[in-house]
Design a protein around this ligand. Structure first.
Ligand SMILES: [Zn+2]
Ligand SMILES: [Zn+2]
Length: 344
């Protein structure tokens, strides 16, 4: 544990805060006095996903949004990946290994468009096995997996499961992580392994998700066959999905108005920022500038005090509403604001 903490701090290399083992797992505390207005951290996502309805309107590289217009710059012939500018497109294209990544993304677009209708019309039989444990279902998948190597390419193509929006969104994020693991060498990538992953809690709350995750795994296994062999295992894909459940942050329309109805374009994962704990009255605020997330102290913070951000996009919701939103992260907020409102 302490070795992990040392490695994490070395990787983050912050002059302002250190990661330490806290009551919530890990937390961040101030190394020194931090003045109000000081930027304490900034990062770019290891991977992100733009939700299906926004994929033509939000730049894949910088999350720029032009009021709902379809973006003009794109990659692909029939299906596209969209960018806001020539320079976003070029910077994306210049990344190592991007040809394979682009092909995965374009094939995903094509398959999503093709299978969505069938997916929506399918007889949903979630409760047929709802009592099965997740473990049993994953064992079944491991049995299935043994057959994939023997399949002909055409058979693998035919075996791709139909996917809906949830699967599409998650597969796009997983591809991004896999691409980084194969070709990247960033700080964010090195920090990924220290994050908490939890799909079991989510699945006990929403049993139908087990089937969603199984489809995602099957799709990724079939579509990356022979291309990313060693990293596509059930344990690892479950880890990547589980990490996003506990650690991802929404990509909101960035505006100065603190509007709870503002649009949510997708989600992103920045491992280096995942160690900040939550408070409903945070002393650090997160702001997105393009694809960069910037964390700024909003009050003077004394040495050894904890740094807190807000996980949600909160306005002035009451205690009950906040707690119910936060429970999606499987977490009961014990911040000073919640403690005070619980008493009164
Ligand atoms: Zn852009
Ligand atoms: Zn709270």
């Amino acid at each position: 544990m302490n070795e992990d903490i040392d490695a994490i701090n070395q990787e983050i290399g912050s002059v302002w805060f250190r990661v330490y083992p806290s009551q919530y797992g890990k937390g961040c505390s101030a190394k020194t006095r931090i003045p109000c207005g000081q930027i304490v951290h900034s990062c770019r996502p290891l991977s992100s996903t733009i939700y299906a309805p926004y994929r033509k309107e939000v730049c894949f590289a910088c999350f720029n949004y032009e009021g709902g217009k379809s973006l003009k710059h794109r990659l692909g012939k029939k299906q596209f990946v969209y960018f806001c500018s020539e320079s976003c497109l070029n910077s994306f294209q210049s990344q190592q290994g991007q040809e394979q990544y682009v092909q995965f993304l374009l094939d995903l677009e094509a398959h999503y468009v093709k299978s969505l209708k069938k997916y929506q019309e399918r007889e949903f039989s979630a409760d047929k096995n709802a009592s099965d444990e997740s473990r049993v279902e994953w064992e079944r998948i491991e049995q299935w997996e043994k057959k994939v190597d023997q399949m002909k390419p055409s058979e693998r193509l035919r075996s791709l499961p139909d996917i809906g929006e949830t699967e599409y969104n998650e597969i796009k994020y997983v591809y991004g992580v896999l691409h980084q693991l194969a070709y990247g060498n960033s700080k964010e990538m090195h920090l990924l392994k220290y994050l908490q992953s939890n799909d079991d809690d989510k699945i006990s709350k929403y049993p139908e998700l087990l089937y969603v995750y199984n489809s995602i795994y099957k799709y990724i296994k079939l579509s990356t066959h022979g291309k990313l062999p060693s990293i596509v295992t059930t344990d690892y894909i479950r880890f990547i999905i589980g990490v996003s459940l506990c650690n991802s942050f929404g990509i909101w329309l960035e505006s100065d108005v603190n509007d709870v109805d503002k649009e949510l374009f997708g989600f992103s994962l920045c491992p280096s920022a995942s160690f900040f704990n939550h408070s409903c009255s945070p002393n650090v605020k997160k702001k997105r500038i393009g694809s960069e997330f910037v964390y700024t102290a909003v009050e003077d913070i004394e040495p050894d005090s904890d740094l807190y951000i807000s996980y949600g996009n909160f306005g002035d919701e009451d205690l009950k509403t906040r707690q119910s939103i936060l429970s999606e992260w499987f977490f009961h907020c014990g911040c000073t604001k919640c403690a005070k409102e619980t008493q009164s």
